[in-house]
Design a protein around this ligand. Structure first.
Ligand SMILES: C[C@](O)(CO)[C@H](O)COP(=O)(O)OP(=O)(O)OC[C@H]1O[C@@H](n2ccc(N)nc2=O)[C@H](O)[C@@H]1O
Ligand SMILES: Nc1ncnc2c1ncn2[C@@H]1O[C@H](COP(=O)(O)OP(=O)(O)OP(=O)(O)O)[C@@H](O)[C@H]1O
Length: 291
């Protein structure tokens, strides 16, 4: 196979709790992850000349070894002594540095795709082991679906699929460094832990209202204080009919859960109209596993 095109799907965190801090600065977490149908296209082509070439529609992204897709390809080329070169084209749609694992998902697609293109025979578990070297969210992006993530995010347990719903994703024009957000919460201490077990009970019962009502992200404690606009976006989403609204990951993306597409679309228009965000997308949860 000389060419392969994959969808690299984004994620939201329905729940994110921190249980402790490790000596290397990483945190033990307990998170409920959910794939959404907002994706980057990753096109992989074998080249006769060795080397890794990254192309992307976003001019501000690195195309050298700082791009996580490059790192993923490099890891596979070195480990498996691959002689051909790789051209990887990233057609980006997932908001960047947003808490939606856009980069991690690109890396996951490259690991998965190269395994297939070069018939390396690695199992999903073996791919995840390589993924975590690149980032804590990469193993989950290989697995996808509704998943409980523990450890630093790499110990993954599949959960009953999130019931059908619509997700309004809004990215305000702010950037947040994941590392800094985790460091700030260490300094402040956690004032309230989210109800992760409530989300799990809601998923077991297939009860969307219970899931939405139990959502919580401990990292909001830092981000909502620093960026009041995030609270305004959440309120606007709820006033416009969301069952609940929350920040994803380390932010700044905020998402709202809706039972009905038309309500979600109207909420997106309202958000853009208020000027709180320019980037707002309505999508749905995606539970199809990789084939
Ligand atoms: C915020 C989340 O996206 C929620 O899903 C993840 O916890 C972060 O996943 P990620 O961006 O793939 O994380 P990495 O690229 O491995 O790490 C970025 C930085 O986040 C912090 N980090 C990440 C994961 C974790 N369990 N504890 C941490 O403290 C570390 O300071 C690290 O330097
Ligand atoms: N393929 C890539 N796609 C997006 N960003 C990339 C990529 N490679 C490197 N980066 C860099 O990584 C940084 C964070 O990107 P990304 O979009 O993955 O963050 P994120 O949404 O916060 O991810 P996470 O939810 O895993 O923390 C950006 O500053 C960007 O320059």
């Amino acid at each position: 196979m000389d060419k392969l095109e994959l969808k690299a799907l984004g994620k939201i965190n329905l729940g994110l709790d921190i249980l402790g801090r490790r000596e290397n600065g990483y945190h033990d977490v307990r998170m409920v992850m959910q794939t959404v149908y907002l994706y980057d296209r990753v096109i992989m082509e074998k080249m006769r000349e060795p080397g890794i070439e990254i192309r992307t529609n976003l001019g501000f992204l690195p195309v050298n070894e700082n791009n996580i897709a490059y790192k993923a390809a490099d890891l596979m080329i070195r480990e498996f002594d691959i002689r051909e070169g790789m051209r990887i084209t990233l057609e980006k749609h997932i908001p960047v540095a947003a808490g939606m694992a856009g980069g991690s998902s690109n890396a996951a697609a490259v690991l998965f795709g190269m395994n297939r293109m070069f018939s390396l025979g690695l199992s999903e578990e073996e791919l995840k082991k390589r993924g975590v070297i690149l980032g804590a969210d990469v193993p989950y992006c290989i697995m996808r679906g509704t998943v409980l993530a523990e450890g630093i995010g790499e110990i993954l347990t599949p959960l009953p699929a999130m019931p059908k719903c619509y997700v309004l994703i809004a990215k305000p024009p702010l950037s947040a460094s994941t590392k800094t957000v985790y460091e700030k919460i260490d300094q402040e201490g956690i004032s309230r832990h989210p109800d992760i077990d409530g989300i799990l009970a809601g998923l077991d019962a297939g009860d969307l209202k219970k899931i939405a009502g139990s959502m919580g992200n401990v990292l909001e404690q830092v981000m909502l204080k620093e960026h009041p606009v995030l609270g305004q976006i959440k309120e606007t989403m709820k006033e416009a009919g969301a069952l609940n609204a929350m920040m994803s990951g380390s932010g700044p993306t905020v998402f709202g859960i809706y039972e009905n597409r038309r309500t979600a679309k109207a909420a997106a228009e309202k958000l853009k109209h208020t000027g709180l965000v320019k980037q707002a997308y309505v999508t749905n949860v995606h539970n199809v596993r990789r084939k």
